[in-house]
Design a protein around this ligand. Structure first.
Ligand code: NAD
Length: 329
């Protein structure tokens, strides 16, 4: 804060997220840092109050757009804290001479591992079993377990990966350890990438019709928004389960609820939603064949440390007029 009560430092954290002590110490030597703890772009703009001290903004969720730009006259760079940068108006940043960046790859292992955690939990009912044992139901039932306790395996199943970038590629690597066949839909990837990863390229419709498990790892964009709508889901292989750790709006949520209710798809494990936090009483919260987590894919301690280091490296590069490693082109 400066004397006028505005958030004022070379680096401003738009919202609240983890930064390691080491990274914070380093930022102190690079013009300092301050946390705005803003709820939205207008709030952030008000808190910055046109301070010329602000050179870099780091944001996990707060939209960074023209409103923010107009209150940060000396802004040089914006860093998305994570891989997704749909909250950053990249065109507006470039127009304003501000470098838009993200921290791609730093949280990829965390998300890929969570995708498998969700898959296994859904297929083996781990979440349900835990609640059942804690509630004393095992004692009541004795050693004859309910039918739902009999799950399904990953071994020899087909995994359909939508989006073969940093996270998708790691998911493929892990899937091979489980003995899964992998197919992927990512029209931007070259045939060399597919063959290096040992994945068969398929169309989206082909992927949905052949996969036992589908996992989504695309960014949210005008192209991917609603890519899994009722038409796409109608082509799902019977018994398919769907895992989404990308962005909620990639799936048409109403169509998903309907597909789960009619049994068109057998289950879903979701870390991300059209509206976050997921509203209480949302139809998804009442379904047994669904696992919900609170957008925590990137939240491992290791990823937090890697993200912190990446932020520091990029702040330094921006302040020195260089090319940050996560520059969005
Ligand atoms: P990435 O940029 O490395 O990979 C994204 C891939 O999607 C690219 O290979 C791209 O070619 C592909 N793609 C883009 N448009 C496509 C389309 N229309 N159809 C098919 N493929 C398409 O990004 P990443 O690091 O793998 O992250 C992917 C997304 O995961 C992020 O954009 C973010 O939204 C999400 N994410 C979520 C969490 C979480 O906490 N749940 C954490 C990190 C990332």
């Amino acid at each position: 804060m400066n004397d006028h009560g505005f958030v004022s430092a070379a680096t401003v954290f738009a919202d609240r997220f983890y930064m390691s002590d080491t990274a914070l110490r380093e930022l102190s030597t690079l013009g300092g840092y301050a946390c705005a703890g803003a709820g939205n772009a207008e709030d952030l703009a008000e808190k910055i109050g046109s301070s010329s001290a602000v050179k870099v903004i780091v944001s996990e969720y707060v939209p960074i757009n023209d409103v923010v730009l107009s209150h940060a006259p000396e802004l040089q760079g914006v860093i998305a804290y994570g891989a997704g940068y749909n909250h950053i108006d990249v065109k507006a940043m470039k127009r304003g001479g501000v470098k838009p960046c993200n921290c791609r790859g730093e949280n990829a292992e965390a998300v890929a591992e969570l995708a498998f955690g969700l898959m296994l939990s859904l297929l083996r009912r781990i979440h349900r079993a835990d609640a059942w044992v804690r509630a004393g139901e095992w004692v009541k039932a004795g050693m004859v377990l309910p039918e739902w306790a009999s799950g399904r395996e990953l071994w020899k199943k087909t995994l359909g990966v939508i989006g073969l970038g940093q996270i998708g590629a790691r998911v493929v690597r892990i899937a091979k350890g489980f003995g899964m066949e992998t197919i992927a839909y990512d029209p931007c990837m070259s045939s060399e990438v597919y063959s290096r990863l040992g994945v068969e390229p398929v169309t989206l419709a082909g992927l949905l019709s052949r996969s036992d498990v589908v996992t989504i790892h695309v960014p949210l964009s005008s192209e991917t928004e609603g890519m899994l709508d009722s038409l796409a889901l109608a082509g799902a292989k019977p018994g398919m389960i769907l895992v989404n750790t990308s962005r909620g709006r990639v799936i048409d949520e109403e169509a998903l609820v309907a597909a789960l209710q009619t049994g068109l798809i057998e289950g879903a494990a979701l870390d991300v939603f059209a509206a976050e936090p997921l509203p209480a009483g949302h139809p998804l919260t009442g379904m047994d064949n669904v696992i919900l987590s609170p957008h925590m894919g990137a939240l491992s301690r290791e990823a937090g440390d890697r993200l912190s280091d990446s932020v520091v490296r990029q702040v330094r590069a921006i302040l020195e007029g260089g090319s940050p490693e996560g520059l969005i082109r």
